[in-house]
Ligand binder design. Structure first.
Ligand code: PHE
Length: 442
């Protein structure tokens, strides 16, 4: 389909905020802080920033130049740049990866809806560690409650996408991203002032360069791919809505916002975890068990204040998750609109139903379907592992190789500059292959 007549972002700010919205998500809150602590504090942050700007940014640019030059989503873009070639497969890979991530991501989004509702209605009210675990067990592991919350989150995502690029994605990003930062700053201030919080600040900041080994670098890179939403055609799709944009500038801003928010989330989460006398771990328990417990304990002394902080915390988790889930759904919806000439409403409905079905399986894998294992993983775990560890990396590698080796050198250099073209062509593929191999060995 021709790209003329396609919806567009209203301007540069909208495009950048939408990209930042996609990047800022659950990954920033529940994986980044833990990785920082595990892999040498400030030393890891330095490695992460280097990876974000030297490897992830070039990958971002690879996707962006394809979106910019074609004005099309991943499948049609590859189809028009390399007709009748296997490169179309990359377009399919991108849409499929987006769809799978969307499906399990919305399950977690549902938990955020649930906790937020609870913190409004009567507070979360857990004061013991066991109480927090039991609560999470029922929020995630029962049948009805998580399914209702999951459907609610998916519905919110669908409504925003149904409203379209400007009235949906753009408006939501413009409101939610600034709000998200403000709310997280308030939670951070509260968190670092809790008694015993210094230990958590030290955990994040104490630079320990002896912990920077191959596995730390691999973790930093993997995390920065997921966090900047690379390899799934999202950057490509959003850029096709903003073809006049300067892609280097947009990529740099996305990396800056994403990294700042991850560090901010680290200071909101870890000091509180240590103040509560807990041992930090990555994943859902950090956000949905440890923090409710700590805030619940504080509620004994400062009920109103701790209630407000709990609401702000879960509200920011919800907004962060939504601004990411809409970008995943949009990549899928745009595909059907281009490929099959579907109207937005119909394409949204179709993908939402599919994502709902897979999401239900993922959600139930925390409860009654917990025994179903795929390569030793629950359904949710398998979807997460498959996309985060394999499909996204493969997509990122393929986009870089295509742009570096198949597209016109001078044209790419005029968009990205010589330095980034060199990185895309040589360093990114080598780095990804090295990490892939080291991951297999480790
Ligand atoms: N970047 C999001 C996060 O950090 C996840 C995501 C991945 C969103 C891929 C869109 C595409 O949580």
């Amino acid at each position: 389909m021709a790209s003329s007549g396609k919806e567009k972002f209203g301007g540069k700010a909208a495009y950048i905020l939408a990209l930042a919205g996609s990047a800022i998500g659950l990954g920033n809150v529940w994986r980044f802080p833990y990785m920082v602590g595990e892999h040498g504090g400030a030393a890891f942050i330095i490695v992460y920033v280097i990876c974000a700007f030297l490897i992830s940014l070039p990958i971002f640019l690879s996707e962006a130049v394809i979106g910019k030059t074609t004005g099309l989503g991943p499948y049609e873009a590859m189809n028009s740049l390399a007709p009748k070639s296997p490169w179309k497969g990359l377009g399919i890979l991108a849409v499929v990866s987006s769809f799978i991530i969307l499906s399990f991501y919305c399950v977690v989004g549902g938990w955020a809806v649930d906790y937020l509702c609870r913190s409004f209605i009567g507070g979360i009210g857990v004061t013991t560690r066991d109480g927090a675990s039991a609560l999470f067990g029922s929020v995630a592991g029962s049948v009805c409650e998580p399914l209702v919350a999951h459907a609610a989150f998916l519905l919110l995502t669908a409504v925003i996408i149904y409203l379209g690029v400007q009235k949906g994605i753009e408006l939501f990003s413009k409101v939610s991203i600034p709000l998200l930062f403000v709310m997280m700053v308030i939670v951070t201030i509260y968190s670092v002032r809790l008694p015993g919080a210094e230990e958590g600040v030290r955990y994040l900041l104490k630079p320990d360069f002896s912990k920077i080994d191959a596995s730390a670098v691999a973790s930093a890179l993997g995390q920065s791919f997921f966090s900047m939403s690379l390899g799934v055609g999202m950057v490509l799709t959003y850029t096709s809505y903003s073809r006049n944009a300067n892609v280097v500038e947009a990529g740099a801003w996305t990396a800056v916002f994403d990294t700042l928010f991850a560090i901010l989330a680290g200071f909101a989460v870890m000091p509180a975890v240590f103040a509560g006398g807990l041992v930090p771990e990555a994943g859902p328990s950090l956000v949905f068990e440890a923090l409710p417990y700590v805030f619940g304990q504080m509620a004994v002394h400062t009920p109103i204040f701790s209630r407000i902080v709990t609401i702000l915390f879960f509200m920011s988790i919800l907004l962060a998750a939504l601004s990411s889930s809409i970008s995943l759904l949009e990549t899928c919806v745009n595909h059907l609109m281009e490929r099959r000439n579907y109207r937005r409403g119909r394409a949204t409905l179709l993908f939402v139903l599919l994502a709902w079905a897979l999401g239900v399986l993922c959600s139930l894998s925390f409860g009654p379907f917990g025994g179903i294992r795929i390569f030793g993983q629950t359904i949710f775990g398998f979807c997460d592992l498959l996309t985060s560890n394999y499909l996204m990396t493969l997509g990122a590698l393929a986009f870089a190789i295509f742009v570096g080796w198949r597209m016109d050198k001078l044209e790419i250099q005029s968009l990205t500059g010589k330095f980034f073209h060199f990185m895309i062509k040589w360093i990114v593929p080598l780095a990804i292959i090295a990490i892939f191999v080291s991951n297999l060995i480790l």
